[in-house]
Structures are given as C-alpha cells and as structure tokens.
Design a binder for this molecule. Sequence first.
Ligand code: ZN
Length: 88
Amino acid sequence: MTTVTPSTLQRYTDTIATLEAKGISLVVFQSPCCNTAIKTLPAPEGASWDSTSQCPHCEAVYMKITTGRSAKGLIPDAPATRTVGGSK
Ligand SMILES: [Zn+2]
C-alpha cells in the first residue's frame, strides 16, 4: 500500500511546469520531511511568506517559509504538547 496519491505529486508537477513555462525563476529547497528538492515561487524582494504546505513526495504537512529568493521548510513540534497563546 502506498500513502502517496498521484494527485498531490501530479498537481505539484503541473504547477511547476506551468510556472517554468512562463519563464518564472523558482526557488529550490530541501523538504524537511523526506529531504527531497522542492521548487516554489520566490517571495517579492523584502517580503516573507509563510504557509503550511504538503510535501508532493511524501505528503507530510510542513511549514514553508519563503523570504525573497530563499525558502525553507520546517516541521512544527507536535501541537498537542504546546499551549496555544503562550510566549515564544
Ligand atoms: Zn516529504
């Protein structure tokens, strides 16, 4: 049994192919879950984007942080062990 559905990887592959076909230069980073290269859109200069993403390779959910042309992925600690609203 595989836990990876074709649709997640297919959607990712299609999106990347569309962006690259438009000549958009993408950022590459290593996924935090399975250490696979993932391409993503760069943020505008000086801007920082963060969002949850799903790994197209292993379907793990992680936090993607894009700052300008650098991107990284983080896997948050298990939320059940954290108190929401606590100090950082
Ligand atoms: Zn992964």
